[in-house]
Design a protein. Structure first.
Length: 262
């Protein structure tokens, strides 16, 4: 069962900017007045706390072990959004047994009632944890860059999810684009392949330009200033994605429309 107000952030290849975008979207959503939870679904290689320089007292591993309730593991960021942190360097978390996967996948849904939006920062690829968390999301942003390996891996995710979560209908975000035109061309390449071989072209959710301010901010373990190219693009993406949905909205998603049409 999925929740309309859970948005998953995924990619085929790693290192394409999922965690940075998830954090930046969380800030943009908080700025727009939406109650936002950022959930670190990349459990074994959790990065949100690292990118933000936070030291969570509790994390999702503590919730799974029954040491703490989900609401007591939440960390409040000064930019106005909440975080459920993962735990880095824990190999056991990277390959959870079935019962744990089920327990993990219930947490975002438990939290979704308390927030306008829950953002899931997923692990790269399509491993079991990623697919279980993707299944609880109402929608997905799938990140890719112009690199051929990123595009082929994004295509592989589309192919797998078309089979396992046919109503999820991921939308593409082209990150680290040299220009908006170059980003549109990257999306067109992926969309053409998907239309030809999967029978459905994913729509474009937005383009984020390559911007040295991103790495500079990550090095400082802070959020990049809003008035930088990549953050402006992320804000534009947020505004377009949530256009017409006011804070407090928990309306229907494209996924519901697709389900209703089946
Ligand atoms: N728009 C951008 N412009 C320039 N650099 C970027 C941009 N987005 C991300 N990066 C760079 O990409 C690196 C990887 O970002 P990030 O850790 O968010 O990726 P990820 O997809 O979450 O990786 P992983 O798959 O390992 O979780 C960052 O250190 C940052 O320097
Ligand atoms: Mg990451």
């Amino acid at each position: 069962m999925h929740n309309n107000n859970i948005l998953a952030i995924a990619s085929g290849k790693g290192g394409v900017g999922k965690t940075w975008l998830a954090i930046t979207l969380a800030r943009a959503l908080a700025v727009s007045g939406r109650r936002t939870l950022l959930f670190d679904g990349d459990l074994g290689l959790a990065n949100i706390d690292v990118q933000l320089g936070l030291h969570p007292r509790h994390d999702i591993a503590d919730i799974l072990a029954g040491r703490v309730a989900p609401e007591d593991a939440i960390l409040r960021h000064e930019a106005g959004f909440d975080i459920l942190a993962g735990r880095s360097g824990n190999a056991a978390l990277a390959s959870l047994p079935e019962t744990m996967l089920t327990a993990l996948a219930t947490i975002p849904g438990l939290m979704a009632d308390r927030y306008d939006i829950v953002l899931l920062d997923l692990a790269a690829g399509v491993d079991a944890t990623m697919r279980r968390l993707a299944a609880v999301a109402g929608s997905m942003l799938l990140l890719a860059t112009a690199e051929p390996t990123s595009l082929t891996d994004a295509y592989a995710v589309l192919k797998r999810l078309a089979r396992e979560c046919p109503t999820l209908d991921p939308a593409i975000v082209v990150n680290m684009a040299g220009s908006l035109a170059a980003g549109r061309a990257t999306h067109a390449t992926l969309a053409r392949a998907a239309a030809q071989f999967l029978g459905r072209a994913p729509r474009l959710a937005g383009i984020i330009r390559r911007d040295p301010a991103v790495l500079a901010a990550i090095r400082r373990q802070t959020l990049a200033p809003l008035a930088t190219a990549a953050c402006e693009d992320a804000t534009a993406l947020t505004n377009a994605w949530f256009a017409g949905s006011e804070p407090g909205w928990k309306g229907t998603t494209r996924r519901d429309a697709l389900l209703a049409a089946r």
